[in-house]
Design a protein around this ligand. Structure first.
Ligand SMILES: C[S@@+](CC[C@H](N)C(=O)[O-])C[C@H]1O[C@@H](n2cnc3c(N)ncnc32)[C@H](O)[C@@H]1O
Length: 366
């Protein structure tokens, strides 16, 4: 199936092929997102006879068609959201968008806990969001009157996604296998005291990778952390504001609130050569370096017993992003497996990540 270069078109099909999935991603990463989802499905069994929608460059979403394979949201790196696609309305009339959307929803079985109206995370999407804000109460009221909305956050969500002004994709997501955030975006606000915007990356990583219990248990006052590539100090600031003592390693200067903070020790040193005198609870690392080099360093910190948990960034300016990630993450798995270390590792292309992904790695008992 070919896609129009200007805006995605799904011909006249109103019902997508069975088992189609809609995934949101950062604009420019559609190919990586689709490729990764297809690969996850193929690891279960080969995909037979499913024609794929060609991803549209910079559209900030992708559609993949599988057989009966299931996708696991937490194991996908590039997908911000994971939605079962049920209907595609290709030509929405300007004057009455409500009727065809209600008709398409009427054909779906069951009720829905919540209704999310969404747009792509693009400039065009931003313009469309004024429309979705006006449209949301209309559609919500109509669905409530029909008894289709139950206001239960644990029940299946209904998504109406507008890739452009003329079309709508209708799907549903399972709260247990998707992002609990509209458009899959866990937004952070910029704290005025933080020395850099990077601070939002670590704040988002903590929200995305750790539930409330883990945040309380694993980020406690009195803990020790090492921040490699710390300057100007946005990640360090996230840690000290939780009462964690930080060794900030960077030849560059720390700024603002962390520059002379009592919990911060600034070491002007090379992050690849630094060895802690005693083990830390946390390692965080945002050094701009080859992903394989950073991965190898983090793996060796775990093998040496120098930290229990880590959050780190892998920069991906290259074309073969998935291959670079496979090699970096595979390298860590090999190091930890050989050392007999049990761990949990998750990687995500966060909203505040650009050409990079963030990884969470935590030592576990079993
Ligand atoms: C993206 S910035 C980090 C921003 C920081 N996370 C924050 O929140 O403000 C990358 C930093 O890594 C540092 N860096 C790069 N290579 C390094 C190395 N080998 N050793 C120590 N720091 C390094 C740079 O000096 C730079 O300050």
């Amino acid at each position: 199936m070919q896609a129009n270069a200007a805006r995605p078109r799904y011909a006249e099909t109103k019902i997508p092929p069975k088992q189609s999935w809609l995934l949101y991603c950062r604009a420019g990463f559609e190919q990586d997102c689709a490729q990764e989802a297809l690969r996850q499905a193929k690891q279960q069994k080969p995909i037979v006879g499913a024609e794929q929608f060609a991803p549209v460059a910079d559209s900030a979403y992708a559609v993949v068609t599988l057989n009966d394979q299931l996708l696991n949201y937490r194991e996908l790196i590039f997908a911000r959201q994971l939605i079962r696609l049920h209907a595609i309305i290709a030509e929405l009339p300007e004057r009455d968008r409500l009727t065809p959307i209600l008709d398409a929803i009427a054909a779906l079985p069951g009720n829905f806990g919540t209704l999310w109206l969404e747009v792509p995370d693009t400039n065009e999407g931003k313009l469309l969001s004024a429309f979705t804000r006006r449209f949301q109460p209309l559609l919500e009221t109509a669905l409530r009157e029909q008894g289709r909305l139950t206001d239960d956050p644990y029940s299946v969500r209904l998504h109406v996604f507008f890739p452009d002004r003329h079309s709508a994709l209708i799907g549903s997501s399972d709260p247990g296998n998707s992002a609990n955030a509209i458009m899959g975006i866990v937004r952070q606000s910029m704290p005025p005291e933080a020395p850099s915007r990077s601070t939002m990356k670590l704040a988002e990583a903590i929200e995305v990778f750790m539930d409330r219990g883990e945040q309380t248990r694993l980020l406690r006052q009195g803990m020790q952390a090492v921040d490699l590539g710390a300057a100007p100090g946005g990640w360090t600031w996230q840690l000290v504001k939780r009462g964690i003592r930080v060794t900030a390693v960077d030849n560059g200067p720390l700024k603002g609130a962390v520059e002379s903070h009592p919990l911060v020790q600034h070491l002007k040193a090379d992050g690849f050569k630094y060895a802690p005198r005693k083990a830390a609870d946390w390692l965080v690392c945002d050094m701009v370096e080859k992903p394989s080099r950073v991965a190898n360093l983090v793996g060796s910190w775990f093998v040496s017993g120098w930290c229990k948990h880590a959050i780190f960034n892998l920069k991906l300016p290259m074309k073969q992003r998935l291959a670079a990630l496979d090699s970096a993450l595979g390298g860590i798995r090999n190091q930890l497996d050989e050392a007999g270390i049990n761990y949990r590792m998750m990687a995500k292309h966060l909203y505040h990540d650009r050409e990079e992904v963030t990884v969470y790695l935590s030592r576990t008992r079993h």
